[in-house]
Design a protein around this ligand. Structure first.
Ligand SMILES: [Zn+2]
Ligand SMILES: [Zn+2]
Length: 334
């Protein structure tokens, strides 16, 4: 975008599918000026046997006597090689170098969705890191607004089960499904991704939150526990919040054994450093009439947060009586 439309130009790309072609519209998001509106041939469906330029069927070229037989697109008449060469020229014009995949990534970064789709598709078909190139194709479609189309293609790709899938695919898929608000889709993306990569603690964290929202508490607790193996404090907070919410829910319903079991998923380290968890442990112990354990947790809460009013009030009720002069402070079993 030339940026001459207004003081604060913001490129806003949208792509629509018109018959067998893409239409790309570029508008300024600030002032609404229309900067481009064009139909661009590009393969809408992923069909590596078809033409990388227009998606047309390739057919045997028989009309050149004496020349070796080549496959030629029945629509645009390019051979596969001519088609790849043409995309290299496009990449060079755009980025100053002929790399198809690099060109696709850069076009995507600058928001040129259809060019990114074209270059990524050509890269995948020419064997230039095909798996990653297909992933860029999906991202390009989503960035141009064709999210449903990209999601359908992604799921078909996964269901085929033939290619090695890029690790980033599932995180992207879960986020794209979340954007469309499709809860079963988010769930499927996270579950499929976690089967492929069970070490993805950030995905376990997302999954725990999703399971909490779906009230599948055992799955949520399990996921949060896996998520907690990542020491990142931000992830820890999210996983602990899941555990705490479930445990508090159980406590509120007077299910003390279940609350205790839920809170146990936080592990010893967090239990001893997280004031909310310790406070819940103190209350659970009190409800089970285990005064000694309750005292220990109350002491911990008050050492972590000396101004904790509720814990202080509870402590004043259960603190040990002054006996044999062991305790230097005033007792009283009020
Ligand atoms: Zn503008
Ligand atoms: Zn073609």
């Amino acid at each position: 975008m030339d940026g001459s439309c207004c003081a604060n130009p913001v490129a806003d790309w949208t792509v629509t599918i018109e018959g067998e072609q893409f239409r790309e519209v570029i508008r300024c998001g600030s002032c609404g000026t229309l900067h481009a509106n064009e139909v661009i041939p590009a393969p809408i469906r992923w069909a590596p046997q078809n033409c990388a330029h227009c998606g047309g069927l390739m057919e045997q070229d028989t009309w050149r006597d004496g020349a070796p037989m080549v496959m030629r697109c029945e629509t645009c008449e390019l051979t596969k090689q001519e088609c790849i060469d043409m995309h290299r020229r496009l990449a060079t014009a755009e980025n100053g170098q002929p790399g198809l995949l690099v060109g696709a990534v850069r076009s995507l970064q600058s928001g040129k969705a259809v060019l990114a789709i074209k270059l990524a598709t050509a890269a995948a078909m020419s064997g230039d890191d095909p798996s990653y190139a297909r992933f860029i194709r999906l991202k390009a479609m989503a960035s141009g607004g064709l999210t449903d189309h990209a999601l359908d293609e992604a799921w078909r790709w996964i269901d085929e089960g033939e290619d090695e899938l890029p690790a980033e695919l599932f995180d992207w898929l879960a986020a794209a499904e979340a954007e469309t608000g499709n809860v079963p889709g988010i769930r499927r993306a996270l579950e499929t991704g976690l089967r492929v990569n069970p070490e993805n603690t950030a995905a376990w964290t997302d999954y725990g939150e999703l399971m909490l929202a779906l009230e599948e508490y055992q799955k949520a607790l399990q996921a949060a526990r896996y998520g907690l193996t990542n020491p990142d404090p931000e992830l820890s907070e999210r996983n602990l919040a899941v555990i705490l919410e479930i445990a508090e829910g159980m406590y509120g319903r007077e299910l003390y054994a279940e609350a205790l079991s839920a809170v146990g998923h936080a592990g010893d380290h967090h239990m001893e450093t997280h004031v909310e968890l310790a406070w819940l442990r103190a209350r659970i112990a009190a409800m089970k009439n285990d005064v000694e354990t309750s005292r220990q947790w109350l002491q911990l809460v008050l050492s972590l947060e000396p101004g904790h009013a509720e814990a202080q009030a509870a402590w004043d009720k259960v603190k040990p009586e002054k006996r044999r002069g062991w305790f230097g402070f005033g007792g009283g079993n009020s």
